[in-house]
Design a binder for this molecule. Structure first.
Ligand code: ATR
Length: 310
């Protein structure tokens, strides 16, 4: 019976067990696979991963705060994205090997609306994101603003700047019998803003983005908040370089913070007519990619969304 789990500290409030159990149920694997939560303090992380990998009972784990960097250092093999980002949110235990991936990057791209992409193939089936290359059409490079410079920001900057190049493969078959609608999200020109300038400038330089001290929100097709601002009820507009009237109808605004109600940032963006994406949608998409890595099957995004928003 292959085991799966999310490992974090704390982890009791994680929505991943409910979400991933729903994914397993929908795939008809719930009798065979399990998905739990394991709270592991930082000092015990290495030993725990070594044990889980050696015991042979676990197929893999999702990794969350504060272990994502340590997870990468434990890996025998790592995807290009995990290495560039410097963190892993997915480990797979294959025989004696620990393999690291970062599905936060692909999850972010997959949570973006179709309006930011171009269709390479217009089928009747579900949207499948192409991991590289798209229609042979010239399009102007769009700009994205990433707020923050921590691990979540690194995944966002890398994903947006690379346009998905080198990310986990899309399932060519899609789900069901209908031909998939292949969507390609072209790479963005990425600007980074961070409260602490030096950290923001260093991350931007490393990942091929530009640091901006005073961004003009109107310059961007996409604005992504990766900071924790809003999580503790702080006023987002007091801490971020945005105001409640910063947003425009043709923009997409993604806030990785997830709260019960839409965040103040997303509420203001929606009021301006912008398209909004919340942290739960990203959680679903990164989790689906992890599930695909472990089981080789394409889980139901709808079943996962329902479970996560319950
Ligand atoms: P994660 O790995 O989840 O991204 P992190 O590495 O702790 O977490 O990074 C948190 C990010 O939120 C940082 O960009 C941090 O800014 P600093 O680099 O200046 O610390 C940002 N952040 C946290 N609280 C903030 C606040 N009150 N105002 C602005 N930015 C904040």
């Amino acid at each position: 019976m292959p085991g799966l789990a999310v490992i974090g500290h704390p982890v009791a409030h994680s929505r991943s067990p409910d979400m991933q159990t729903a994914a397993l149920s929908d795939l008809g694997l719930a009798g065979e696979w399990t998905y739990g939560a394991i709270d592991v303090a930082p000092e015990d992380f290495e030993a725990t991963i070594a044990e889980l990998s050696a015991a042979g009972e676990y197929a893999g784990v999702n990794i969350t705060v504060p272990h994502k960097e340590a997870a990468l250092t434990m890996a025998d093999e790592a995807s290009e994205g995990a290495r560039a980002i410097g963190a892993a949110n997915t480990l797979s235990f294959r025989e004696a090997l620990i393999v690291a991936d970062n599905t936060d990057a692909g999850g972010l791209l997959r949570s973006l609306p179709e309006s930011l992409g171009m269709f390479a193939a217009e089928g009747e089936g579900p949207v499948v994101l192409l991991d590289a290359g798209g229609p042979d059409a010239e399009i102007a490079t769009r700009r994205a603003l990433v707020l923050g410079a921590g691990g979540a920001a690194r995944a966002a900057i890398w994903a947006l700047a690379s346009g998905g190049e080198g990310l986990a493969e899309a399932d060519e078959e899609g789900r069901g019998d209908e031909a998939p609608r292949e969507l390609w999200i072209p790479a963005f020109e990425v600007d980074v803003w961070n409260r602490t300038t030096e950290r923001g400038a260093a991350v931007a330089a490393e990942l091929g983005a530009e640091f901006v001290a005073e961004p003009d929100p109107a310059d961007y097709a996409l604005i992504v908040n990766t900071t924790a601002v809003g999580l503790g009820g702080e006023d987002a507009f007091a801490h971020l370089p945005l105001t409640a009237d910063s947003f425009e109808p043709d923009q997409v605004v993604l806030d990785m913070v997830y709260t019960e109600e839409p965040s103040a940032l997303l509420a203001a963006a929606a009021a301006a007519g912008a398209t909004t994406v919340d942290g739960l949608e990203m959680l679903v998409q990164q989790g689906a990619l992890s599930m695909r890595i472990w089981t080789g099957e394409e889980p139901s995004i709808e079943a996962m969304r329902t479970a996560v928003r319950r």
